[in-house]
Design a binder for this molecule. Sequence first.
Ligand code: SAJ
Length: 412
Amino acid sequence: MNFKKVSVIGLGYIGLPTAAIIASRGVNVVGVDVNQHAVDTINQGNIHIVEPDLDMVVKSAVQTGKLKAVTVPEEADAFMIAVPTPFKGDYEPDLSYIEAAAKAIAPVLKKGDLIVLESTSPVGSTEKLAAWLTSERPDLEMPLNGSSAPDVNIAYCPERVLPGYVLQELVSNDRVVGGLTNECAKRAVALYSIFVKGNCIITNSRTAEMAKLTENSFRDVNIAFANELSLICDTLDINVWELINLSNLHPRVNILKPGPGVGGHCIAVDPWFIVNSDPANAKLIKQARNVNDNKPKYVVDRVKKSADRFKEPSIACLGLSFKADIDDVRESPAVEIVETLIKEKIGRILVVEPNVETLPESIGGAVEKKSLNDALSQSDIVLLLVDHKEFKEVSVDKLKERVVIDTRGIWM
Ligand code: SAJ
């Protein structure tokens, strides 16, 4: 059960922290990424993503010689695959990064190796991974079709960490470990025991794949409920934040928060994997996605209505990232809203985003980046899009005589 060398394929938001944590436990780790810039940055002891404390862990792992990054995989005892799984045009999962990872590690695989897929994936992906490896390495018996003594072990173990808390949650969260065989799962548990303090619970790969999709869909459906309530409350002239606080006093009610929409690469994507695999039955999950995806448009309509009363309105848009106190603007509803305001020429757009130096290309040339104070004093409409800590400290005096649209309820 000894792992002398572990390889992590994909050095992004999940792969890099995982690689660094395992290296910090004294195991030799080889991180693999197709991005030469990421590889060079890591080998200098630096990081190419933002995550609290990750810089220190990576620096020390590289300095002690336990972590190195490469572009081409080399031999190891275990391979952990943490590559992206986006969707294609019609919400169809794109497994091409997993397939490419399988092809990349196949030449260096040997008898006794363990392969764990961590990428959020539709049900059946781990079996597909085994099939791709079989066609690359017919000399090795894969744990497929009831094979009792395979040459390599393959398992699925989804990551479940929350951006911003990755280093703590990697260690403390329980892990669901789904093996293609029970032996595969046991071997994967031995690997995770190197750094996980939570429980590692064994199941089959299909259930483990579905568990991850279920967790994120649960959150999406519950946020959709809150977002739908916010629309109904606007119609009925009720403060949705007060309503939710009151309802949550009930011991068995726990409503999440409405917002400008759901962003990020997980909650807004993963439910589609369930919908895609059983469209006839996944009706509520699909509807929740639609409710959340329509929220940015609803926010834009509210701004438009408020802007009508000004000749040349100045709109202060506070926050661009997909959630509070992070720098990640990808798949952000706040960015989508600002893009639409620009496209529809609603007015002069002032943007405040304390966590981002360079504005996204799609809006960069068409807005003015301002300090919080300047944006507030120069605006007719204040549109709060992200509940960053800096915005929570704004005194209500500064909002007086301005139209305030607070999509996160921090000033309500
Ligand atoms: N949001 C709301 N209202 C809420 C909570 C969130 O509008 O009450 C919005 C956020 O503003 C954001 C989006 O939802 O735009 C997603 O944010 P999040 O904090 O809910 O989740 P992520 O995407 O940062 O991380 C999720 C986590 N999953 C769950 O909590 C079930 C995390 O544990 C997963 O590891 C991660 O997805 C992932 O990688 O799958």
